[in-house]
Design a protein around this ligand. Structure first.
Ligand code: CAA
Length: 257
């Protein structure tokens, strides 16, 4: 299927979604976000897809929400169309989602990367929240996910100063998993996604859910939620297969059941 704002491919068990508005540095228009959430929804219910990579391609990830689309909006319009509320659908994707970031990931672009489960950054990557320079603040998680990842002081620097940070610093802060040469960012992300896609799908889903819950729940409740998922997985064929394959010294064949 063709999309106006995305390129969508499959590499085996991995869906590769490329933001594709190069003339405006992949500015995230409502139409783009609508397509993105639709595509993710589709892959979520396709059993052959085990993981996805989200990228902007070799030059830029995304320079933020589309300023031309927002400039003259009224608050009422913003509420009615729930501009950034719709983006949160990205976080309902239940399979591993890897951001492959080259160049600018600014404003909503940075927030979109932070919604993913892992981030592979090219050495050209720049992460930042320049909204302050536009007289606004981030609206898709920038003030919330930065402190949870990089701590309050870095979050303040980024949100109040508006200056992006470079890939290497993002790595030191724990914001990205790996920094690689920009020409191989997407390749590395796809290889990693292939590895994640080969794991037991239900275990991957519940591991992702449990890690995300750790950011929202008190420790006691988080541990209880983890334990419930752990016990539940003993109801799956994949748990039996995984453990017996280990004991029989052979590779496991997971079926997602
Ligand atoms: N929205 C709409 N158009 C954008 C855009 C955006 N976020 N970012 C870049 N563009 C457009 C430019 O207007 C320009 O279009 P024209 O060729 O028609 O003039 C084109 O993309 C290329 O951009 P530049 O000429 O500016 O490229 P540059 O290399 O000189 O600068 C940049 C690159 C530093 C990223 C600069 O484009 C920039 O600062 N962009 C805006 C970044 C920003 O403020 N993002 C936050 C948006 S608000 C937000 O995201 C809110 C939220 O939380 C959801």
């Amino acid at each position: 299927m063709d999309y106006e704002n995305l390129l969508v491919e499959r590499e085996g068990a991995v869906a590769v979604i490329t933001l594709n508005r190069p003339k405006v540095l992949n500015a995230l228009s409502p139409a783009l976000i609508a397509e993105l959430t639709q595509v993710l929804d589709g892959f979520d219910s396709e059993p052959v897809v085990g993981a996805a990579v989200l990228t902007g391609g070799p030059k830029v990830f995304a320079a933020g929400a589309d300023i031309a689309d927002m400039a003259d909006r009224t608050p009422v319009e913003q509420v009615q169309r729930d501009q950034t509320g719709r983006w949160s659908k990205v976080t309902s994707f239940t399979k591993p989602l890897i951001a492959a970031v080259n160049g600018y990931a600014l404003g909503g672009g940075c927030e979109l990367a932070l919604m993913c489960d892992l981030i592979i950054a090219g050495d050209s990557a720049r992460f930042g929240q320049p909204e302050i320079n536009l007289g606004i603040i981030p609206g898709a998680g920038g003030t919330q996910r930065w402190p949870r990842t990089a701590g309050k002081y870095v979050a303040m620097e980024v949100n109040l100063g508006g200056q992006p940070i470079k890939a290497q610093r993002a790595y030191q802060l724990g914001l990205v998993n790996r920094v690689v040469p920009a020409e191989v960012t997407v390749r590395v992300a796809v290889q990693l996604a292939q590895r994640l896609a080969s794991k037991a799908p239900l275990a991957a889903r519940l591991a992702k859910e449990a890690v995300n819950q750790s950011l929202e729940l008190p420790l006691k409740e988080g541990l209880a939620a983890e334990r419930k998922n752990f016990y539940f997985l003993f109801a799956t064929e994949d748990q039996k297969e995984g453990m017996h394959a280990f004991l029989e010294k052979r590779p496991a064949e997971f079926k997602g059941r």
